[in-house]
Design a protein around this ligand. Structure first.
Ligand SMILES: *Cc1c(COP(=O)(O)O)cnc(C)c1O
Length: 346
């Protein structure tokens, strides 16, 4: 079988969530499961976290909330960062979702189409991505607060850089917009949780740290990706490997071809830079990553491995991201559909 195995360790994910919940102090830790739980399977991840006591889940768009609702049952709250878009009212009602209203327009839509249904508010504290700006908030604040929002939140732009001046600036902006209100408040994702108590407010929204990546450097690995070796050969000095002849052997080299490629989310930008591991021994990627195949150097091994590890005990999501010139979030959310997925602790 040439199918790679993606093993998702939900026991490790729960340990990471608990660690981030503890680091959230008195705030309640929710769980961000948008983008199919960062590529690891929203239904399975959310079901396990609900069993562990998570009561607040966050998705990006309303449609993602349907699957999460099925997985967690009727009690947990499911918040939608994208808010209440035109056409969302039916899904919001049927899946019992809480839109985080991002604008006065969304507030009006929610009143018109979902009056009396729970909602939250998203404020812009400086990132200029989603949320009401201070003047817009002022214009609707009294009416909104009278309707009892279940959560008022904002999002930090630079929380993965603890010394960045933007953190304190956004904290001050968020406080200026929300101090004195009765609704529960939330400002922090993984990075903000690690900035300390000033950033915790009432609810936190960990995502990436649960899934085993930076900025939560103490995270346990959650995704373990093992790729079968299909073939191996000796490449003589002067011969090349892969598309574009981008790698040339300078001595006889044993090259193994493994059965995964950029169609599986192994980002092509790590051509000639990334590594995989055979029983803990690093094997460099040779030449370009193809759609379904990658050449690796196994000259230094005393055997031909059956499989090699791309993610797991020996290589973190962030090491792969660095080799590909990107971030852990993109590595995880790019993981493809061709893997045989196995869950530990589902
Ligand atoms: C994605 C996201 C989160 C989770 O962020 P992480 O950095 O993955 O912890 C929290 N809040 C909002 C608004 C988000 O978009």
């Amino acid at each position: 079988m040439a199918r790679s195995e993606l093993m998702i360790d939900l026991d490790a994910l729960v340990a990471n969530w608990r660690a981030l919940a503890a680091a959230s102090g008195n705030a309640e830790a929710g769980a961000v499961v948008k983008a199919d739980a960062y590529g690891l399977g929203a239904a399975t991840v959310a079901a396990r976290l609900a069993r562990e006591g998570a009561k607040k889940f966050f998705v990006a768009i309303a449609e993602e909330g349907i699957e999460v609702r099925h997985a967690v049952g009727p009690d947990p709250q499911i918040f939608v960062f994208g808010g209440h878009m035109a056409g969302d009212a039916t899904v919001i009602r049927n899946a019992d979702l809480i839109p985080m209203l991002n604008s006065a327009e969304q507030w009006q839509r929610h009143q018109a189409e979902s009056a009396g249904r729970p909602f939250g508010i998203q404020l812009d504290s400086g990132m200029n991505r989603l949320g009401m700006e201070p003047a817009e908030w002022d214009s609707v604040k009294d009416a909104v607060l009278a309707a009892n929002p279940v959560l008022v939140m904002s999002h930090l732009a630079c929380a993965d850089e603890p010394d960045h001046a933007m953190n304190a600036q956004q904290l001050a902006a968020f406080k200026a917009m929300t101090d004195g209100i009765n609704a529960p408040r939330a400002l922090s994702a993984t990075g903000g949780i690690l900035l300390g108590a000033d950033y915790h407010f009432d609810v936190t929204r960990p995502g990436i740290g649960m899934y085993g990546a930076e900025p939560f450097v103490d995270a346990q690995p959650v995704a373990h990706l093992n790729i079968p070796v299909i073939q191996s050969r000796i490449v003589e000095a002067g011969e090349t490997v892969g598309y574009g002849n981008s790698w040339t052997a300078d001595k006889p080299t044993r090259v193994a071809t493994i059965a995964a490629g950029y169609a599986d989310g192994i980002i092509r930008a790590q051509s000639g830079k990334g590594k995989v591991y055979a029983n803990g021994v690093a094997c460099p990627i040779l030449g370009r990553v193809s759609m379904d195949l990658i050449g690796i150097d196994i000259t230094h091994l005393d055997h031909i491995p059956e499989t090699v590890e791309l993610l797991g005990k020996h290589q973190t999501v962030d090491q792969v991201a660095t080799a590909a010139g990107t971030i852990g979030y993109e590595i995880l959310t790019s993981l493809g559909n061709r893997y045989q997925r196995k869950y530990i602790g589902a």
